[in-house]
Design a protein around this ligand. Sequence first.
Ligand SMILES: *Cc1c(COP(=O)(O)O)cnc(C)c1O
Length: 380
Amino acid sequence: MTFAKKFISHVREIYETDEFIPLHEPKFIGNEKKYVTDTIDSTFVSTAGKYVEAFEQNIAEYVGAKHAIATVNGTSALHMALVLAGVTNGDLVITQSFTFVATCNAVRYCGADPVFVDIDKLGLGMSPHALEEYLTSQTIMKDGQCIHVESGRRIKACVPMHTFGNPVDMDKIISICKRFSVFIVEDAAESLGSMYKGHHTCTFGELGILSFNGNKIITTGGGGMIITNNDELAVKAKYLTTTAKIAHKWNYVHDIVGYNYRMPNLNAALGCAQIENLALFVDKKRQLADKYSSWSRENGINFFQESEMSKSNYWLNAIILDDEKERDAFLKETNDNGVMTRPSWEPMHRLSMYKECFCGSLNNTELMAARIVNIPSSVI
Ligand SMILES: *Cc1c(COP(=O)(O)O)cnc(C)c1O
């Protein structure tokens, strides 16, 4: 029996079905219908209503942050967080090539360009070592700003991403960014519920973002959140994402070009119901990861484990195969047999829009992008 066949029967045992098994589907087992119906009955389905504020409060409380500002999706949250970080035209933003395209697109929306540094081979997130080496060798400090020597451009921000829910080594990233006066925006789109040294991811940077897309650990249909402990940034975030309208009962006066990035009340209602089960989802996902982990050990397969001092939400489980050829054969056999699996994203530095961007050595990115396979990870 091929390894893929063994895998397929293991997944079918776990999910107890002979039908198609998706990579990740949402679970609606609580008050979703009740709260969504409530918004319809109240007519407040759009830009006003009580659920947006309630959802913001629920999230802030859950992650232990002072402020949470809801947005229409994770990409817009990231865009706004970068604007709030002061990223503007011509700036550079350091991030990882091994990420979802939204991370880089948000940088471009600001008129800036991403710079890619390598990932940690075990953790799959930004490597503190690669970041430090890049900043040390490629930049100088000038008037308190980090300047990229080759281009003369400012490196304004750094966006580490917690890949598949596994926390990046934030202490090291923070201390490096401090030394180089680089603002941290944490892309925690995949890691709601994950902890690093006892604190939630998304609370380490000056700003963090979450996503509630349909495939994330909890969903609002589409949605995102900006997280910060900074009062001033929180006020600005709300203002900027809600068309920058000067508060007044009837007058419509705006004083900067704002964005219509607010989360509709209808979506927030779904979120309020989903977050009631978030702790349960995290537990169940960790149990599923345990199952995959022991099965992988018994079968000599390399299963992607959470990093030290971290607690991953195991949003997407992953196995690491030996090479591209083995990966492709596995992808074909599993998908042909109704068990959805997926390779990692094509790394950003290979996409046509980003292939001219500055980058450090990307050996681990190349190596892991050829070997990673995401496997079914829905909550059972
Ligand atoms: C999902 C995701 C986002 C944002 O996604 P939206 O679909 O816009 O909510 C951003 N970064 C990463 C790494 C993601 O996985």
